[in-house]
Design a protein around this ligand. Structure first.
Ligand code: ADP
Ligand code: ZN
Length: 618
């Protein structure tokens, strides 16, 4: 572990350093992002704040800078113990006096940290909630000078969320015992119920509220119709630069294992992660994902909160998530550093049928089922939309955009889908289901429409039906898309007790009689491939103007320095900083200092090594 103490303090006497100067010299950034500046100023002036900002929005600086600017130690409460070491290492590399207190420290080291806290020899102290709530710590705190309390992952106070931490409820003690110390609570969970709970439980009624847009403009959203999903994933990965880290989400443990093995055989570094794995192995895989370049984590949703890796370049879903909230949270783990990232989702009819049936058969109260169905329908609406996907997402989270809005960074904006009046094809499929007694699944109905005289077809005499072979307008892939869209739109229901037999619902009658029309996204295997190729072509391996070899050399140096110091690569410099270096090609320390992300301490520590690589590149 990286453990040497920084030579000098990052915080001279109070009042001397402005927030802007800390931003530039300590963190090496030119300007604040979004509402960061307003939040920092509010805290520096002694106010309380509640900050709702998406993952990757830049929450950390909102309390780190005021903690450095204000007199005393900034105390950060966080439930993510596994991350504290990396956070503290990153701060120390930037020259900030930081430490943490949690159960991973031995007694002697803990005493040392406590002493530094009491004597004000720290700028920032990260504390686990259970540790903070001990009498010992609270007594220590009442004698120390405290710049602020930051409550990270504040949604953990919510008993309704899955990240609930009972200790979080007791954090109101901070307000009672230290009423004069400013507090800032931060979360990436946006909904109004959670927000109200945070305010009430942490006594933040008088806090200023800062809500950022939840848009993640650097994430490119893409949804593909399943057609050999594993091969589609392989092609997706092949089209990406090697060395990129990513997450592949699957529904089941078995699929996680199988997919990871299969990707390994294709030459990727792929590691499985799910709740059924031994805890030690899970930890090892997580560590490798954080520290090595180019690891693909294949995981169930058990892999999630606290994955603070900023340079995850893609998140792929091989199965349909159950809600847009979940999907947004999972895809939000991509591109926290603001660099281009992709969210890729493959889904098909079987996903829809499986998730619908799971809800139907869950045995939950009707009220719960109703909510779950609504959530799934919103998810399906996102998949099937022909509009800008970002707009659908933001709409769902309550940010209404102009009707003409197009983000230019989702598949529907980049390669607008073809839609057709699907009324006649829909009627063909519905009547095929009716004429065969609503006893057959999509496969058989599609064979029927496309005129395949399979043994089953002949056995049931379906090759003599008038609908046999009337579906020449689409290939098999196209008809599967029609079936899926009819199920997603609620015209067909897949009966789980009858092996997924497709049955007409009440609204289907009106469609069959031609009283309503339906628009369909038209799909054939050929235009799927065309779209796939277009998407690969649109994805540059390296940003325009950047020399790929130079970028790789800079990455190799970063890898070496990081492993020498036992820290993740991004702690040395993040991807954005390396890309800017490769683009600007600084030749001197003063030029290098102008690169966003190069602060004074890192310049002194790493400047020469990076300059050598930059100069060698000519
Ligand atoms: P969050 O905690 O909200 O998910 P972080 O605080 O981890 O986000 O910040 C995400 C990334 O953005 C980090 O790599 C961080 O260094 C970078 N970042 C934050 N603020 C700025 C800024 N003002 N300028 C440039 N990069 C920034
Ligand atoms: Zn769009």
């Amino acid at each position: 572990m990286f453990n040497d103490r920084p030579a000098r303090s990052a915080s001279p006497p109070p009042g001397v350093r402005s927030a802007q100067s800390v931003l530039e010299h300590v963190f090496g950034y030119r300007s604040f992002r979004g509402s960061q500046q307003a939040i920092v100023e509010h805290l520096v002036a002694g106010g309380d704040a509640l900050v709702l900002m998406p993952t990757g929005g830049g929450k950390s600086l909102c309390y780190q800078i005021p903690a450095i600017v204000r007199e005393g130690v900034g105390v950060v409460v966080s439930p993510l113990i596994a991350l504290m070491q990396d956070q503290v290492d990153a701060l120390r590399l930037a020259g900030v006096r930081a430490a943490f207190l949690n159960s991973t420290l031995d007694a002697r080291s803990a005493r040392e940290v406590e002493r530094d806290f009491a004597t004000g020899a720290l700028d920032l102290l990260y504390v686990a909630p259970e540790r903070l709530l001990t009498d010992r710590f609270l007594d220590l705190a009442s004698r120390a000078s405290i710049a602020l309390f930051a409550i990270d992952e504040a949604h953990c106070v919510s008993q309704w969320g899955h990240d609930f931490r009972p200790e979080y409820i007791r954090l109101s003690v901070l307000h009672e015992r230290f009423p004069q110390v400013p507090r800032i609570a931060l979360t990436a969970t946006a909904d109004a119920i959670t927000r109200r709970e945070i305010v009430a439980r942490l006594a933040l009624e008088d806090a200023a509220l800062f809500v950022s847009s939840f848009d993640r403009p650097n994430i490119r959203y893409r949804v593909v119709e399943k057609d050999g999903a594993r091969e589609q994933l392989a092609r997706f990965l092949r089209g990406r630069p090697a060395g990129d880290a990513g997450i592949v989400y699957c529904q089941s443990r078995r699929k996680v294992e199988e997919t990871a093995q299969w990707l390994e055989r294709l030459g990727h570094t792929a590691l499985p992660y799910h709740a059924g794995l031994d805890a030690q192995l899970r930890r090892t895989h997580q560590q490798r994902f954080l520290r090595e370049d180019g690891v693909v984590m294949v995981a169930t949703v058990a892999f999630g909160m606290g994955i603070d890796k900023p340079d995850v370049r893609f998140v792929a879903h091989l199965d349909l998530p159950q809600s847009l909230e979940g999907y947004y949270q999972e895809t939000g783990r991509a591109g926290r550093d603001g660099e281009a990232a992709e969210a890729w989702l493959a889904y098909g009819l079987a996903d829809v049928v499986m998730l619908r049936n799971r809800i139907d058969e869950s045995g939950s109260p009707d009220e719960v089922k109703r909510v779950e169905r609504q959530k799934l329908d919103a998810m399906l609406g996102y998949c099937e939309t022909t509009r800008c996907r970002r707009r659908v997402l933001l709409d769902y989270f309550g940010e209404t955009l102009d009707a003409q809005y197009r983000c230019g960074n989702c598949d529907n904006c980049l390669e607008p889908p073809q839609t057709v009046d699907g009324t006649v094809p829909a009627q063909k499929l519905l009547s095929a289901a009716l004429r065969t007694g609503q006893r057959f699944g999509a496969g058989h109905l599609i064979d029927l429409l496309t005129g395949k005289a399979t043994p089953r077809m002949v056995q049931f005499g379906h090759d003599r039906l008038p609908t046999f072979g009337v579906g020449s307008e689409f290939d098999e892939t196209g008809w599967r898309a029609v079936a899926r869209q009819l199920v997603a739109a609620g015209y067909l229901h897949a009966n789980a007790e009858r092996y997924g037999a497709l049955q007409l619902t009440e609204p289907a009658r009106a469609l069959l009689r031609g009283e309503v029309k339906i628009e369909l996204r038209c799909v054939s295997r050929r235009d799927m491939r065309t779209r796939e190729r277009a998407s690969r072509a649109g994805r540059a391996a390296v940003p325009a103007g950047v020399d790929a070899a130079l970028l790789e050399a800079l990455r190799a140096l970063r890898r070496r320095l990081a492993s020498e110091q036992g820290v993740p690569a991004y702690v040395v410099f993040n991807d954005a900083t390396l890309t800017e270096m490769a683009l600007l090609r600084p030749r001197s320390e003063s030029e290098l200092r102008r690169v966003n992300g190069v602060g004074d301490t890192k310049l002194a520590r790493y400047g020469e090594a990076f300059l050598q690589v930059l100069r060698a590149a000519g």
